[in-house]
Design a protein around this ligand. Structure first.
Ligand code: ADP
Ligand code: MG
Length: 700
């Protein structure tokens, strides 16, 4: 006897009404198996319970109406496009509907049919609707034949609309789902990966019920609990994946408990010229406790530009050193490495620790000497680029790697973190604040420490968002600041398609500003320059030789020039909020009042730019960004592998996310391999969902 074929795990091709051709089209929608079809949920619902009165429609509306077909026909237009038209009437009035290019509808829609249509209303010899959707609710008594795979008149008044693709309409998708839904759901039956008591605690419906509801809601109010059920599941398994990755990391790598007496960190704190902020103190406690544990630390330290991450990094490194280990700080570029070495040097000078710089620019004898000191353990703190680790510099006892990240980084990079740290503790610093919810999803395998407070007495950068009409005034203002001896940036967005166009716009501006400000040194920085040239320009800007820098490449994220007080951003509408905020962070670093002017093209003012001007708080901006753009857009699949959430909404489902994380970590603490009876079902589900992802994490 052969086992019954599983509809859920079998290919979609063999389901009712599919076949090879449609299977190909479904594949484009990401639907390969029966299970995929079951999870191919409507992206919206037409709700006949909230229809619009025809008399109330006006051009520009997007409306849903129900009406009887009073006349219809196919009318050729001048452009030889054949348009099917039907006039619908309800108790309040009538309206013409037009379906350009779909003359064949004439055969399926009859006079007297009751139609539900929805779509935009436009002005065309009066009001006209161009339905996106139509559904025949009732047939005229002498009814026309049914359209192939048309949904039979549904019992409820809510019509699911499915994501479709060319060659497969949403109505055909609906037909296919409708034909197979009962059988697929029957196969799921009572099995449910989530334990029953969890469902009770979180008031989530059983899986089969949730799926049935989402495909065939009787009323709209049922949808949200059903969606939350799938959202929780999605968040939970992702958190379980993260929790396992985190636990494996802690088990696999022999860690160090850094418990040396505070012979460096204590005097360091005493001699700091300022008090740590509350947030810095809290974060330092978290990091210190983590370092004291045997298991290796894998921690993300987030904090806005200027929040004081460097001091924390210094403390962590000193803690490693006083426990008998070396510490390394890695920066994304040589320039930033040099800067870090300088700042750390100043911070640590009072306690007599001098960090060693080891970059590509350290060559010859100096390099040999440096390498030797690192190798014998004579250099307690080493600062360099990522090459420090990649090129296999040999450390006597590397205990802590601090990684200053220029950008958000993806799973792959994080995987190399482990080898980068050489099995030691790792602290990743990021100056791109992201909301906690997003951090839990994207960096869920790391522990999070957040500095959410700026040192006191900072003067916030004054930000203006301006159209082209304010240019002249802004340049005048810029001239005044230069005359006072300040420095400034003018930044152009990168146009990906054309580095040439890019460079041209910036070059023109450079020429213009050079003749406008002949008394000041103006320089140009763009992506077509060699890195040696770029480096040279940056160094001269750092030293103050250059007063005004016109740049296309986004100037290095961490660069610190306290005397720069003006940031002009061209075509600001092309930058993301995070980028804008990063750019603004280049100024406001000294005692002088700083300014940021974001120019947008005519008519390109936006909610995003308004948000940018409204606050200096990077975390608030990140929340705004999430709200405006949605997480899907913020974290595309390519960039962040893990972060594609189909059902969960990081805004709405924060509570579920925290629950998911808590439960996932709790389970993993008890049973990492998910092999006890209580968790076996979860383990199996994790495997079907994330087989590929687990490989990525080298767990599983
Ligand atoms: P980040 O790296 O987070 O952008 P930094 O560590 O470079 O920020 O700190 C920015 C500036 O603020 C530095 O000049 C630093 O010395 C100073 N700073 C850091 N912490 C404090 C504090 N608690 N009080 C006052 N100034 C601080
Ligand atoms: Mg810094």
């Amino acid at each position: 006897m052969t086992p019954a074929r599983s509809l859920l795990s079998g290919p979609v091709q063999y389901l009712k009404g599919v076949g090879p051709r449609r299977a190909e089209l479904l594949e484009k929608l990401g639907v390969r198996s029966g299970r995929d079809l079951l999870y191919h949920l409507p992206h919206r619902y037409e709700d006949a319970t909230t229809v619009d009165a025809i008399s109330s429609l006006s051009p520009g509306d997007d409306a849903t109406v129900i009406g009887t077909v009073v006349s219809k026909g196919v009318i050729p237009t001048r452009r030889r496009l054949r348009v099917f038209r039907a006039v619908l009437r309800d108790e309040t009035g009538h309206i013409e509907c037009a379906w350009p290019g779909r003359p064949w509808l004439d055969r399926y829609i009859a006079k007297g049919d009751l139609l539900l249509v929805s779509g935009p209303v436009r002005f065309y010899h009066g009001r006209q609707m161009q339905p996106r959707e139509h559904t025949v609710l009732e047939r005229a008594s002498n009814g026309a034949p049914r359209e192939p795979s048309e949904t039979p008149a549904t019992s409820g008044a809510i019509f699911p609309v499915y994501p479709a693709t060319e060659g497969l309409t949403h109505r055909q998708v609906r037909g296919i789902v409708e034909d197979n839904l009962d059988a697929l759901i029957a196969e799921i039956g009572r099995s449910d990966p989530l334990p029953q008591d969890w469902r009770r605690e979180l008031s989530l419906p059983p899986l089969a019920d949730a799926l049935r509801t989402l495909h065939r809601p009787a009323e709209l109010a049922e949808l949200e609990p059903a969606r939350r059920r799938l959202a929780f599941e999605e968040l939970f398994f992702l958190q379980l994946l993260h929790a396992r990755a985190r636990a494996r990391l802690r088990l696999d790598v022999p860690g160090v408990a850094f418990r040396g007496p505070p012979r460096l960190s204590a005097p360091f704190l005493e001699r700091l010229p300022f008090e740590l902020t509350g947030a810095q103190r809290r974060v330092w406690e978290e990091i210190a406790a983590d370092m004291e544990r045997e298991a290796p630390m894998n921690r993300l330290l987030q904090g806005d530009v200027g929040s004081g991450k460097t001091v924390i990094a210094a403390l962590a490194m000193l803690k490693a050193v006083e426990s008998g280990y070396q510490a390394a700080l890695m920066a994304p570029t040589e320039l930033l490495a040099e800067q870090h070495q300088r700042t750390l040097g100043e911070l640590c000078e009072p306690i007599g620790v001098a960090p060693l710089l080891l970059t590509g620019s350290v060559t010859g004898k100096a390099r040999q000497y440096a390498l030797e000191r690192v190798r014998v353990g004579d250099a307690p703190i080493v600062v360099g680029t990522h090459a420090l680790i990649q090129e296999g510099v040999e450390f006597a006892t590397l205990g802590l790697a601090v990684i200053d990240e220029q950008h958000r980084f993806g799973v792959e990079q994080r995987r190399s973190l482990r080898s980068a740290g050489g099995g030691s503790d790792a602290l990743v610093m990021s100056a791109t604040p992201i909301p906690r919810s997003l951090a839990l999803v994207v960096y869920g395998d790391l522990d999070l420490s957040v500095i959410d407070e700026l040192p006191p007495g900072r003067r916030p950068v004054i930000t203006g968002v301006r159209g082209p009409e304010s240019r002249e005034a802004a340049f005048e203002f810029l001239g005044e600041r230069l005359a006072e001896g300040r420095q400034a940036y003018v930044v152009y967005p990168l146009i990906e398609e054309s580095e040439v166009l890019d460079a041209r716009a910036a070059t023109e501006m450079y020429e213009k500003l050079r003749s406008r400000f002949p008394a000041h040194e103006v320089a140009l920085l763009h992506g077509r320059m060699s890195s040696a040239e770029k480096d040279d320009v940056m160094r001269r800007f750092l030293s103050g030789d250059i007063a005004l820098l016109v740049a296309t490449t986004v100037i290095e994220v961490g660069i610190d020039v306290p005397n720069a007080t003006v940031m002009l951003i061209e075509n600001a509408e092309r930058f993301g909020l995070a980028q804008l905020h990063q750019l603004r962070g280049r100024v406001g670093r000294g005692a002088e009042q700083s300014y940021c002017v974001a120019f947008h093209a005519a008519g390109a003012a936006s909610e995003r730019l308004a948000a940018f001007a409204s606050t200096n708080d990077g975390f608030r901006l990140a929340e705004e960004d999430l709200r405006i753009r949605g997480h899907g857009d913020l974290f595309g699949r390519e960039q962040h592998g893990l972060a594609v959430l189909r059902f969960a909404d990081l805004e709405r489902d924060r509570d579920l996310l925290e629950e998911a994380r808590r439960r996932a970590r709790h389970i993993v603490e008890r049973d990492l391999t998910l092999s006890t009876p209580a968790y076996r079902a979860l383990g199996r589900e994790l495997e079907t969902r994330y087989a590929d992802r687990e490989a990525l994490y080298q767990v599983g």
